[in-house]
Design a protein around this ligand. Structure first.
Ligand code: BG6
Length: 486
């Protein structure tokens, strides 16, 4: 559903000179604009500290779209019409003048449109600005209509359970929960959204989706990229906070959740939160047995990384969900930077068939849901090799987006921004969900802190991480299952 064309809406981007705006937000807004998803009067106000000529700013945005847009360089006429809606405001987030100016321009938009429109405030800023921005929006009554005003908050949402709780309390004193859109961009990915369709629209899988038929589940988010120039942020974070607490746990939730009663934000978010709350809590000894942390060799030489850093760039973990569906089914989560290749994939490994009528090895069925860069789902099953003998060979049944769908695949940020415009929070993290995720990872962080890096395993770049990660999965599989096409 596209918001009504006659609706009036603005998007205010705080942190307009940052990377996120250039790489993701403007390309996403541009695509929403050319595909006519934005209301006719839509306006974008970009705010940042630096003073810069509007033309120069627009040039920077254009180069971002040329470099990062999924459709390449924009059509110049469309780009000009799009940018005619963009205003740059130079303003210090710490100063009242910035908000007075913002109030003036937003009131002016309402005056021109003869109605109070939707206001989206996008915090594309470092976390330290979240509180001052929120407090200022509140004090200047810029976001005081909870059916119209929405705030988008990027991760990281807190750095541990206490800070996340504190931030939630701070925000809830100024806004209602329904105004808060905490982003986990993995939820906006087309292939991630498809998992719900795959699981709940196809009744054939539901009877199999439990501990009777599933042996174990593997969720891998492997990145070939290293930390590069992000050392300043990354070293204080590490893979557990940067990837596991949010993206991997969200993938876990979608894979393991019960079918919600209906496709609606609160029921879906309730079902996901229930999964996180049912994950067996880690005790310190469970951390040592079930969680591996690694660091790629050369990490300590990255820019802004201390030479004795023991920040993890790799995590592998085994966890259990204590409910009837998943009793005794291990879930293996793994993520790392500097890995052999990029691959985000969920593997559902089915149990061995109890029918033992064929000679030789019979490979159990395996469902591979490839999120990126491959966009496909495949089911591995045994078939008879043509010939005069009953010989078996595993083969794959594949669904690929390229072959089955002509439609272009939108970027996650397009889907997410449009949902905010529609007021649909389905693909966003609710406050309690974020806290539950922090609560789950806290014992791991606490145990690691005490270890002072003694348990850190080093791994070669372009590998699949430390050998200990293979040992973790060994009782269930020779190794982590092969990734698609390798
Ligand atoms: C971000 C992390 O949230 O997700 C990055 O901060 C990571 O470290 C990125 O590289 C991965 O996102 P994607 O969409 O490229 O898989």
């Amino acid at each position: 559903m596209t918001p009504k064309k006659e609706a009036s809406a603005v998007c205010v981007i705080f942190g307009a000179k940052g990377d996120l705006t250039r790489r993701k937000l403007i390309p996403a807004l541009y695509h929403l604009f050319i595909n006519q998803h934005l209301p006719k009067t839509f306006r974008i106000f970009c705010i940042d500290y630096i003073s810069i000529e509007r033309d120069v700013f627009l040039e920077e945005l254009l180069s971002g779209v040329v470099e990062f847009s999924r459709t390449g360089p924009p059509d110049i006429n469309l780009w000009q019409t799009f940018t005619s809606r963009i205003t740059y405001i130079s303003g210090d987030f710490l100063k009242e003048d910035t908000y007075l100016e913002l109030k003036r321009v937003l009131d002016n938009v309402d005056l021109q449109n003869k109605k109070r429109g939707i206001r989206i405030f996008y915090y594309a800023v470092a976390p330290r600005f979240i509180e001052i921005l929120s407090d200022s929006l509140y004090r200047f009554k810029l976001a005081n209509q909870d059916n119209l005003d929405r705030i988008i908050i990027e991760k990281p949402f807190g750095t541990d359970l206490e800070t996340a709780k504190k931030l939630n309390r701070f925000l809830r004193k100024r806004f209602t929960e329904k105004q808060l859109y905490r982003i986990d961009h993995y939820l906006g990915k087309e292939t991630v959204q498809n998992i719900m369709a795959f699981r709940f629209a196809n009744y054939v899988f539901e009877p199999l989706w439990n501990n009777k038929y599933i042996d174990h589940v593997e969720i891998t988010v492997a990145e070939k990229v290293t930390v590069g120039s992000r050392g300043g942020y990354y070293d204080g974070s590490g893979a557990l906070r940067d990837m596991v607490q949010n993206h991997l746990l969200q993938l876990l939730c979608i894979t393991a959740m019960e079918c919600p009663v209906k496709y609606e934000a609160e029921t879906i978010r309730n079902a996901k939160t229930a999964v996180i709350k049912q994950v067996r809590p880690f005790t310190p000894s469970a951390v040592s047995k079930n969680v591996i942390r690694g660091q790629y060799k050369g990490y300590r030489k990255e820019e802004h990384v201390p030479s004795r850093s023991y920040t993890e760039t790799f995590v592998a973990a085994r966890l259990y969900i204590d409910n009837a569906r998943w009793k005794n089914v291990p879930f293996f989560l793994r993520t790392g930077k500097g890995m052999q290749r990029q691959s985000t994939v969920i593997i559902i490994q089915f149990k061995d068939s109890p029918n033992k009528i064929f000679k030789g090895d019979v490979v159990p069925n395996r469902l591979t849901i490839s999120i990126q860069p491959e966009l496909e789902i495949s089911l591995l099953f045994e078939s008879k090799v043509p010939g005069l003998q009953m010989k078996l060979k595993p083969v794959e049944m594949d669904f690929t987006y390229k072959e089955s769908h002509e439609e272009a695949i939108p970027e996650a940020y397009e889907a997410l921004i449009l949902d905010v415009l529609k007021g649909d929070a389905t693909l966003f993290m609710r406050g309690d969900q974020v806290e539950a995720a922090w609560k789950l990872v806290m014992p791991i962080l606490d145990t690691w802190k005490k270890q002072q890096g003694k348990d850190l395993k080093f791994y070669e770049q372009s590998s699949w991480g430390p050998r200990a990660a293979t040992e973790l999965i060994k009782p269930y599989s020779k190794d982590w299952n092969h990734l698609p096409n390798i």
